[in-house]
Structure formats: C-alpha cells, structure tokens
Design a protein around this ligand. Sequence first.
Ligand SMILES: NC(=O)c1ccc[n+]([C@@H]2O[C@H](COP(=O)([O-])OP(=O)(O)OC[C@H]3O[C@@H](n4cnc5c(N)ncnc54)[C@H](OP(=O)(O)O)[C@@H]3O)[C@@H](O)[C@H]2O)c1
Length: 248
Amino acid sequence: MARSMLITGASSGIGAAVARELARRGWNLALSGRRRDELAALAAELRARHPALRVHVEVHDVTDFAASDALIAAAVAALGGLDAVFVNAGIGLGGRIGGKSFDKQRRTIDTNLLGAMAVTDAAVRHFRAQGGGHVIGTCSVAAFRAVPGNVAYSVSKIGFASYLEGLRAEAWRDRIRVTVLYPGFVKTPIVEGVARTPFAIEADHAARLIVRAIERNVARAIVPRWPWTLMRWVMPWIPARLLARAGF
Ligand SMILES: NC(=O)c1ccc[n+]([C@@H]2O[C@H](COP(=O)([O-])OP(=O)(O)OC[C@H]3O[C@@H](n4cnc5c(N)ncnc54)[C@H](OP(=O)(O)O)[C@@H]3O)[C@@H](O)[C@H]2O)c1
C-alpha cells in the first residue's frame, strides 16, 4: 500500500521539491502552507504526472497553534491514514539583536519553533493512537552555531532540533521514529537577499538527499553531508571576530 505524508511549507522551495521527489516514489501527499494558489498549482502538477496518487491541499498557518489537530485530522481523512509528517515550514527574516528587529525575532520563533512544535505535538498524538509513525523536522546548519545577523533563526533551529531529540527518547516505546534534518544553504526563496550562501545546492538535489534519509529512517542527516559535517565541528571554534565577518 502507498505510504502517506503531510508536508508543511509545501508551497515553495525544499517542501515543494521533496513533494515532487516523494510523488515520484509513490507517496500519497497532503500539501500545506498559507498560499492556496501555489499549493493548488503543485497539486495539479503532481496529479497530472502521477494520476494514481492521492494529493490533498490543506491551507494552514503553523502559527495558528490551536488548528494543528485539525490539520492532522484533515490529512488523515483525505489520505485514508498518515504514515509521516514533514515539519518543514519556516521563515528567515533576519535582524540584529538591539536593532529594533524584535518583532522579526518573535515571528521567527513563533513560526520556526512554536509552529513546528505545535504540528509535531498534534502529529505525535495521532501516531500514538495509531501505534506508530515518522516525524521528520527541518532544522539547519545554523543550529551548529548562532550566526550573526540572524541569531533568532539559529535559536529557533537549535530549539527545534533539541525538541526532536527529546521526542525520539519520549516516543521510543510508541514506535514513533524521528529524523532531524540539518540542511546547509539551499537555493530557495528564503535565501534570496542573503549576502553569502557558501556551498549552496539546488532544491531538487537537497530533496533527493532528504527523501533518501527519510526512506532509510536515519536519526539525523546533514544535507549535503560535505562540507557541513566538517563545519559542525569547526563552527563552534571559530572566533567571534571571524564569524562576524562571515556575513550570513
Ligand atoms: N534554503 C536554505 O538554505 C535552508 C537551509 C536550512 C534550513 N532551511 C529550512 O528549510 C525550510 C524550508 O525553507 P525553504 O528553503 O524551502 O524556503 P521557502 O522556499 O521560503 O519555503 C518556506 C515554506 O514555509 C512556509 N511557511 C512560512 N511561514 C509559514 C506559516 N506561518 N505557516 C505555514 N507555512 C509557512 C511557506 O509557505 P507559505 O508562504 O505558503 O505559508 C513555504 O512553503 C525552512 O524551515 C527553512 O528554515 C532552509
């Protein structure tokens, strides 16, 4: 029987590319995000290419925390069950501490951390009741070290990575698997306007690596593995004055 996944942040970038790759591999999909037109266009494309698949669109803002259970229930109803949830929606607003950007910092935490936690919490409730499931979360290499100019973004990703690691231990007996993704730079709208995006890869390349990690059920995946596996160990040791020049 075909497997099924709900994707948050499916209207663009990594989420859309992962949806295309999963559809190619026979997964039924529930696509969610705030922009109905982008989701509908992607759903139409996937249905045309893969007529046998079930593809559902669910407009949902992850900062509407109270609506998370309804999001999961809608996906379950539309797909006839749910094997996995890809908690991927995120923003990267930027803003320096003390630079009158607190509203951007708060929105970043609301979306990337609290919104991701709310969807994960609802998914886990469903997976516990059905006796298992798979949560996949998009964190970032920005979780390896808070980066100047966008510290709140790093905090959101460090927090979500930690949440997922805790979930893995909590949900071990419930047959709930957890995959934590750490992408490096990927060429998507979120990095438009970012001064430097070293080692950036295309979204479809990232999607192939992510889907491989999901299907192999790995606990953690750095995407791509090189050079970011090395950077994971190097980044904490870079002196602040040098990191300040990186200009991410
Ligand atoms: N690109 C990179 O270099 C990179 C690196 C590491 C990690 N990431 C992470 O990868 C994830 C996907 O980002 P991307 O690169 O694919 O950027 P993107 O193309 O800008 O996609 C972001 C997605 O998140 C959705 N989203 C944003 N706010 C939302 C909200 N309040 N409620 C529901 N959906 C929301 C957007 O959909 P709507 O606007 O339709 O709501 C969109 O589909 C993010 O978590 C990002 O932090 C990206």
